[in-house]
Design a protein around this ligand. Sequence first.
Ligand code: TNX
Length: 503
Amino acid sequence: MIPVIPRPLDIELQAGHCRLGRPRIEAAAELEIESRRLSAGLSDGGDVDTNCSTTIRLALDPSVQHREGYRLSIQPAEIAIAALTQAGIAHGIQSLLQMVRGAAIENQPLPCCIIADQPRFPWRGLMMDVSRHFFDADQVCRMLDLMAMYKLNRFHWHLTDDQGWRLPVAKYPRLTEIGGFREGTLVGHDKDRPRRYDDRRYGGFYTVEDIRRVVAHAASLHITIVPEIDMPGHMQAAIAAYPHLGNTTAPISPRCHWGISQNILNPQESTVQFMEDVLAEVCDLFPGEFVHIGGDEALKHEWAESRSAQDRMLELGLKSEHEMQSWFIARMGAFLATRGRRLIGWDEILEGGVERLPQNAAVMSWRGMAGGIKAAAAKHDVVMTPTSHTYFDFYQAGPQGEPLAIGGMTTLEKVYGFDPIPPELETAHHGRILGGQGQLWAEYIPTPEHQLYMSFPRACALAEVLWSPKDARDWNHFVSRMRNHGELLGRLGVKTGPMPADA
Ligand code: TNX
């Protein structure tokens, strides 16, 4: 068996074996980064037989059809990876490295074969919340490396929330100075009463250099970053820093427990301007097509209670607070369009009417798939992120014996059974489903080690769901391919969650 995850599209096993030895890598100059990564990967791949020597050739090849596809050929004395793009070469290298490391663990030579591979979906993502708990640039880069290993290619970076603002904004420094720190953190579960806090100041934020380093590292791995500035709700930290963004005069500070804040941005033109300034800096820092503006869980009580918010609603000719949220989101979409970017938001951005959503905006469907189905039918691109299958902050086992989590239960097998194309979606709209992603909400994920524990092995299952053809999916086969991966991840310093028992 070829122990590659995600399972390749097509594998032709051949007679014979390849003993790698100390391979020579031949690659054109434009594959320099990939070639270096292959050589680094091989040197930590385990014991090599130094008596024989093979050549590994990397080459761009226009006959490979898919942008991210590759062909990997393993012959007794020569290995070749061909692809249309650098990204395709990088994916081929990851497959080869998994095979080499698996073979080293099992003390077996590589079987000769020809693999022809390409992804099912273009958006194969992982979302990291760095607000509830802060994860520094090194940890982000580490996660990017692990994502690349499994061919995940979208890193959704949830940079701001009620509990902490982590993005440096030159024009509004108080966002990080004030919004980046809270006075304490909840101890135990948010549902426990009375609530207890550790009373320790907690926080942090990235520097511009941190962001640049992460963006460059992601680019070298062919991962696109999708930065998120969550608005108009989930803005308590920003309102604490700049109270004129809010609806009341009550003093507030960044939130110390979890759950949904009542604080929401006010709908005044000055606030729109402020957020445009923030997004302008986001566009300067991040090169990707999409900018995520959140839009989730924006409670509307403050708008309902505020005289000036109600006046504004009238002035704009809007009939409800939901319509006002849609108006706000549309303003952000229009601004992003002036920068050549597209807006993406959580499915609440549909609540003021799908017709109010800018036509090129995309939707992330988290409250089940219904929002995604509706958006796709209205010709919006969709990323499927339902709580039922993709919330990696939920328990993966237990709960007895597992570290405290937010709740829920998303086992590895459940993730493996996810399909981003719901059966009720008409075939004509299938192309609107860009893919899916896993969510690492961090209320109950306090450390980098714990973040990796919650991510793996579930991210492996998700990677296969998003890359491999649907009819190639086979739980028992996956479980047997997973066998080496616990050890493989262990060698990279990842302590995973429970691994599947062998079938
Ligand atoms: C809902 S999913 C949220 C997050 C929480 C998460 C916890 C979404 C768009 N919003 O703010 O962290 O639940 O599972």
